[in-house]
Ligand binder design. Structure first.
Ligand code: ZN
Length: 597
């Protein structure tokens, strides 16, 4: 052990999100244990924009309508606290010093995020830290999980007294309580250039005596961004990785100038052992328009073995495409191998990357001009996914799989299937020709596209795994196959638990019901289910053919009939999902890092 130091991050543990779940009527908002799964759902957030606000944000919560100590403890139990060890000792000493600066920078990102989320957040956080009663401590813990007084699992309702009853839709990006219509009207009447500033990712809208203005982040958060810039520049001078140094220097410059283009490009090119995302990222916090980016930080170490596996999958994608169980005319011979995926073990995250439900992956950048030029990059957080697997999927499997199948649950195969799923998004039909028209699958399938494409990626992902097993490209055989399909069955319940309002939920229900209809999944009658290993392969093949045919022909009606025929949650499934209510919804990772200088 070379001069290792043990660092426990953040005084209060961290956690994460913005996605919401409709609450069952009749139960108090904090009694529900359902919630969204890993990652975030853009579609869901934008759907919420059009919906009526559940509570008037101007109303303030009182002690009588916020949870007491026991209730808060129950709410917090939905997030299982887990220690997450990361060993940084293999990094060269200068990089370990750089890592120390980056961890400090992540703390600064938390400060900015608190301000961005709500104008009263910083003062509230300070007040909570001063309250040492058991209730005060429970409030502080739950506040820190959400980085706010609103619970994302309970429709952003307040769990602390004296704050707006619901998170302001526009967070602290717009004057609070100014209506969408009013702001929209103001934006529409601005000259073109001012409009793009007002709708831009990196500005806030403020009111002065002369009216409304778009204020750049570099002005609004000037002092704190100067501090953040300094830390990034210090880390840049320390690191031995030139791609990281370039990104950090350019990002430090972006914070001061508000121009993020060059640093976004440098982020795409990061190629060292330390993986860093820091700055304004996702726009889910802006529920009013989805324009404004919230600050997030993710610092991690590249997972080299898993990235090697991903490259193996990528090399075989053209051959897999050629073998897909669909008519030759429907194959996409120009299939892309998606090289822009990084797999990382997270060391720490902050701000928008650490509140509510923890993202297990993210796709950036969001700026369409950058995406047009350079594409986007997906970062998968392997150890976060593993934490969720152990805290959520493993207890689910204990209930839905029979005792004899318990040893079949495998994180390795679960994660391999996720990687194969991501690769599978890159193959199959994309640009298609319908009745002589050049079009895309997305355009033709409209609102059904998400569910069909997710189901296709799941099923094609299993096809990829089976392809690799069959050709001994990865270690296979009957035991590994059984583990793959049993793990796939158990994970269906994890996804279904998060509801059918998301594309992933509908995609999973479609697969589950299809495979049940074909006898590939069977109910054992006591709330447990099994896989028929003889039937599952041909059934998956047929389902894959149906999904790929829908996409290749852009057949909206076929998609609609398949989704409505197989989109029914049977009472047996409903009961099983109900019986999982006490299992945690997410994790609260507490990083334990060794090897930081
Ligand atoms: Zn997907």
């Amino acid at each position: 052990m070379r001069g290792s130091a043990l660092v426990h991050l953040s005084p209060v543990a961290q956690l994460a999100s913005t996605a919401t779940v409709p609450r069952r009527s009749g139960s108090p908002p904090w009694s529900s244990v359902s919630g969204p799964s890993s990652g975030r759902c853009k579609q869901q957030m934008f759907l919420r924009l059009g919906s009526a606000m559940p509570l008037n944000a101007a109303m303030r919560s009182s002690c009588s309508d916020t949870p007491n100590l026991a209730e808060l403890e129950r709410m917090a139990a939905r997030f299982e606290r887990i220690e997450m060890s990361v060993v940084a000792e293999d990094l060269p000493a200068p990089d370990r010093s750089a890592l120390g600066r980056l961890i400090a920078a992540a703390d600064v990102v938390d400060e900015i995020f608190l301000t961005q989320y709500w104008s009263g957040n910083q003062a509230l956080y300070k007040k909570l830290r001063e309250d040492t009663t058991p209730l005060g401590k429970a409030r502080l813990r739950y506040f820190w999980i959400h980085r706010s007084p609103w619970c994302s699992l309970d429709g952003h309702r307040a769990f602390l007294p004296g704050v707006p009853a619901r998170k302001p839709l526009g967070a602290n990006f717009y004057p609070e309580n100014m209506s969408r219509e009013y702001l929209e009207n103001w934006m529409n009447h601005l000259p073109a250039e001012s409009q793009s500033d007002a709708r831009g990712f990196f500005t806030v809208i403020r009111q002065s005596s002369s009216g409304l203005h778009a204020v750049p982040f570099s002005t609004e958060y000037k002092t704190i961004l100067q501090r953040l810039s300094r830390l990034l520049r210090e880390a840049a001078t320390l690191t031995t990785d030139s791609s990281l140094a370039l990104f950090l220097n350019l990002r430090a410059y972006s914070f001061l100038t508000n121009d993020y283009s060059a640093s976004e490009m440098a982020w795409m090119d990061l190629d060292g052992p330390l993986d860093v995302t820091i700055g304004p990222c996702e726009t889910y916090g802006d529920e009013l328009f989805g324009y404004k980016a919230s600050f997030a930080a993710y610092v991690g170490l590249r997972a080299t073995a898993e990235e090697e596996r991903l490259r193996l999958f990528a090399r075989h994608m053209p051959a897999v495409e050629a073998e897909l169980p669909v008519k030759c005319d429907y194959k996409n011979h120009a299939a892309v191998s998606n090289s822009q995926i990084r797999i990382v073990n997270q060391i720490t995250s902050a701000g928008d990357g650490a509140h509510g439900i923890r993202p297990a992956a993210y796709n950036l950048p969001n700026d369409p001009r950058i995406v047009q030029q350079r594409g986007s990059k997906r970062v998968m957080l392997r150890n976060i996914q593993e934490g969720k697997f152990r805290s959520i999927l493993a207890p689910i499997a204990k209930r839905v799989l029979p005792a004899s199948a318990q040893s079949d649950l495998s994180f390795e195969l679960f994660f391999n299937h996720i990687m194969a799923h991501e690769m599978a998004h890159g193959i199959g039909p994309q640009r298609i020709c319908v009745a002589g028209r050049d079009t895309t699958v997305r355009q033709e399938l409209k609102e059904l596209y998400g569910a069909i494409e997710e189901a296709k990626a799941d099923v094609t992902g299993l096809f990829v795994m089976q392809y690799m097993f069959d050709r001994n490209l990865i270690f296979g055989g009957p035991v590994m196959e059984r583990k793959l399909y049993m793990t796939y069955l158990a994970s269906a319940f994890r996804t279904l638990r998060f509801g059918l309002h998301r594309a992933h939920g509908r995609a999973t229900l479609l697969q589950f019901n299809y495979l049940k209809e074909r006898g590939a999944f069977t109910s054992l009658g006591n709330g447990t289910f099994a896989v028929d290993l003889l039937k599952i392969k041909p059934a998956l093949r047929d389902l894959n053919r149906d999904l790929l045919t829908i996409e290749a022909t852009g057949d909206y009606r076929y998609a609609q009939s398949l989704l409505s025929r197989l989109g029914e949650l049977t009472s047996e499934l409903r009961q099983t999902i109900e019986s999982l209510r006490d299992i945690p919804v997410d994790i609260e990772p507490v990083p334990v890092i060794t090897g930081v200088e």
